[in-house]
Design a protein around this ligand. Structure first.
Ligand code: NAD
Length: 272
């Protein structure tokens, strides 16, 4: 496994298993993405609501890395689903990114009574080639079952909060069974998982930080992960996870830390 390792999606295309998240990266986004790309990151997880698609696009262009070597995700925001402006929202994202296609376009949250209709527009976008894959985020099993029985294209990806204290393994299994790649958002619990003494102890054995052990744990579980940082040292540290391997016992120990505590909203009750 290395920074360019991939998982095959149901589209036939590959997704890099490791990347950079840019939620709340703000003014630092362009530098963070450029730093990451220079360090070998090739996958960026963006979203319209993060307000930094332009900065992501600038960093991509400045990096000089050929477009086909990169994997760029962005997401359709909830209000655009409510207003039924899916096509316009997608085109705005492409324009802000300065790209003529994205590698993955996701529904950000399962907006009630809107996500199926929205997904059908995304199916058209997929067929036009301007999104090489389409998928969802924050979909529980019941949302996926509803989507699968009412639309044509099986989502390539489901992106959900996943970290030591929040592990919905039934959902991971459901996605695996359906050929949907599972992506972990907030792998570090947005920072909340970083004080874990047991994980610290595992890290001492390998001379790795808590963040590195958690990232490695997610990678070894076959899940896609894109930790967020805007600091060069941490961006570097988070990618320095390919020279050690956790034992099955260590993986089991972290598996056992689930508390079903979300740092983010619950997909059944979110109000934004
Ligand atoms: P994360 O779990 O990756 O944690 C990031 C935070 O942890 C940083 O802000 C920093 O405070 C700290 N951190 C990072 N690296 C560290 C290190 N090496 N040492 C010490 N501290 C470190 O947080 P996140 O941003 O919530 O999640 C990652 C990405 O997931 C986001 O940027 C976004 O792309 C995606 N995401 C998606 C959704 C969704 O609804 N689909 C929601 C949240 C996040």
């Amino acid at each position: 496994m290395n920074i360019e390792s991939t998982i095959k999606m149901n589209t036939g295309n590959a997704i890099y298993q490791f990347g950079l998240g840019v939620w709340r990266s703000g003014e630092a986004t362009k530098d963070a993405v450029l730093t990451a790309l220079k360090l070998g990151y090739r996958h960026i997880d963006a979203a319209a609501i993060y307000g930094n698609e332009e900065a992501v696009g600038e960093a991509i262009r400045e990096s000089g890395i050929p477009r086909e070597e990169l994997f760029i995700t962005t997401k359709l925001w909830n209000q655009d689903m409510r207003d039924e402006r899916v096509m316009e929202a997608f085109e705005t994202s492409l324009k802000k990114l300065g790209l003529d296609y994205v590698d993955l376009y996701l529904i950000h949250w399962p907006v009630k009574d809107k996500y199926i209709k929205s997904y059908k527009v995304m199916e058209e976008i997929y067929k036009s080639g301007r999104a090489k894959a389409i998928g969802v985020s924050n979909f529980k099993i019941h949302h996926l079952e509803d989507l699968l029985s009412n639309t044509e294209i099986v989502p390539a990806v489901n992106q959900m909060e996943f970290n030591p204290q929040m592990q919905d393994n039934a959902l991971v299994e459901f996605c695996n069974d359906k050929g949907i790649v599972f992506e972990a958002w907030s792998p570090l619990g947005s920072g909340a998982c970083l004080e874990n003494e047991e994980i610290k102890k595992i890290g001492e054995k390998y001379n790795k930080s808590v963040a590195q052990v958690i990232i490695r744990w997610i990678l070894q579980k076959g899940i896609v992960v894109f930790p967020k940082s805007v600091h060069k040292e941490r961006i570097k540290e988070n990618a320095d996870v390919f020279d050690f391997e956790l034992t099955n016992e260590e993986i089991e120990l972290i598996n056992g830390m689930n508390k079903n505590i979300r740092t983010g909203a619950d997909p059944d009750t979110f109000t934004f």
